[in-house]
Design a protein around this ligand. Structure first.
Ligand code: G
Ligand code: G
Ligand code: MN
Ligand code: NA
Length: 254
C-alpha cells in the first residue's frame, strides 16, 4: 500500500523516464530499440519495473502509466525523425494485458500516432502470451485493426508460457522474442539449444521473425546466428539507456 501511494504520487509528479535498448540484425546494424520504463525517485533511487509494473497492473494505474509510455515513445520517434542515424529505427513498447484490453486501446494508439505524426510502421507493440490468450477473438480483432494501420506486434518472453502452435498460427504477429532464460546458458546447455532451435523452426513455419533477448556474449550471439536467429537485443550491444545516449551509441557502432 505504501508503494502504491508512492506510485500514485510518482505518476502525478512525472517521476518516470523511458530508457531505450538497441536491437540489431545479424550484421549488428541497428533495427530499433525497446522502450523500458524507469521510475527514478527525487532522491535519485530507482524502483525496478519488475516491482512496480505488477502493482500498477493490480491497482489499475497501469492505464495512466501505459498511456504515458505510448505518448513518450511516439514523441521520441518524432524527435528521431530529424536525426540521420535514427530516422528508420522502430521503437518497441511493452503493453500490459489490462492496457491492451481497454475497449478504446486501438483508438488511443491511432490518436497518439496521428498527434505526433509518426509512421505507424515504426511502432511495435510487445505483448505477452497472457494478453493474447485472454479473449482471443477480441484480441485478434484489435491486433488486426492496428496492423491495418501498419503497427507491428512481437510476442514477448516467448517460450516461458503456453506456446501452442494451435493458437500462435491464429494470431497476427510479426515477431517472436526468445526469452532471455534460454539465451543465458545457451553455450553450455544442450536443452536450451534444442529449445531455441525449435522456436526458430516454429517461427519460420509461421512466417515470423525472431529476436533473441538477453544476449550478453559473442559466443551466445554466434550460436544464435548458427541456429538461424536474425535479430538480437542485449548488453552485448547496449544496456537500456536514456534516449539522448542512443544516437551516440549507434554512431559509435557499438
Ligand atoms: O527493463 P527491465 O528490468 O528493466 O524490465 C522489467 C520488466 O518490466 C520487463 O518484464 C518489462 O517487460 C517490464 N516493462 C518495462 N517497461 C515497461 C512498460 O513500459 N510497460 C510495461 N507494461 N511493462 C514494462
Ligand atoms: O520482459 P522484457 O523482455 O520486456 O524485459 C526485458 C528485460 O531484460 C529488462 O529488464 C531489461 O533491462 C533486461 N535485459 C535486457 N538485456 C539484458 C541482458 O543482456 N542481460 C540481462 N541480464 N538482462 C537484460
Ligand atoms: Mn519486452
Ligand atoms: Na522478455
Amino acid at each position: 500500500a505504501q508503494l502504491e501511494r508512492e506510485l500514485r504520487h510518482a505518476i502525478d509528479t512525472q517521476q518516470f523516464e523511458l530508457y531505450y535498448q538497441v536491437q540489431v540484425d545479424h550484421l549488428k546494424h541497428p533495427l530499433g530499440a525497446e522502450a523500458l520504463i524507469r521510475w527514478i525517485q527525487p532522491d535519485g533511487g530507482a524502483v525496478s519495473p519488475a516491482r512496480f509494473i505488477p502493482l500498477a497492473e493490480e491497482s489499475g494505474q497501469i492505464l495512466a502509466l501505459g498511456q504515458w509510455v505510448l505518448e513518450s515513445a511516439c514523441a521520441q520517434l518524432r524527435a528521431w525523425q530529424s536525426e540521420p542515424a535514427m530516422s528508420e529505427l522502430a521503437v518497441a513498447v511493452n503493453v500490459s494485458a489490462r492496457q491492451f484490453h481497454q475497449p478504446d486501446f486501438c483508438e488511443q494508439v491511432r490518436s497518439v500516432l496521428r498527434r505526433y505524426g509518426v509512421d505507424p510502421g515504426l511502432l511495435k507493440l510487445e505483448l505477452t502470451e497472457g494478453v493474447l490468450l485472454e479473449n482471443m477473438e477480441d484480441t485478434i480483432a484489435s491486433m488486426q485493426a492496428l496492423r491495418e494501420l501498419g503497427v507491428r506486434f512481437a510476442l514477448d518472453d516467448f517460450g516461458t508460457g503456453y506456446s501452442s502452435l494451435q493458437y500462435l498460427k491464429r494470431l497476427p504477429l510479426d515477431q517472436l522474442k526468445i526469452d532471455q532464460s534460454f539465451v543465458r546458458d545457451l553455450a553450455s546447455d544442450g536443452n536450451d539449444q534444442a529449445i531455441v532451435r525449435t522456436i526458430i523452426a516454429m517461427a519460420r513455419s509461421l512466417n515470423l521473425d525472431v529476436i533473441a533477448e538477453g544476449v550478453e556474449t559473442d559466443a551466445q550471439c554466434a550460436l544464435l546466428g548458427q541456429l538461424g536467429c536474425q535479430s538480437y537485443q542485449g548488453y552485448l550491444f547496449g544496456k537500456p539507456m536514456p534516449a539522448p545516449a542512443l544516437p551516440e551509441l549507434i554512431r559509435s557502432g557499438f
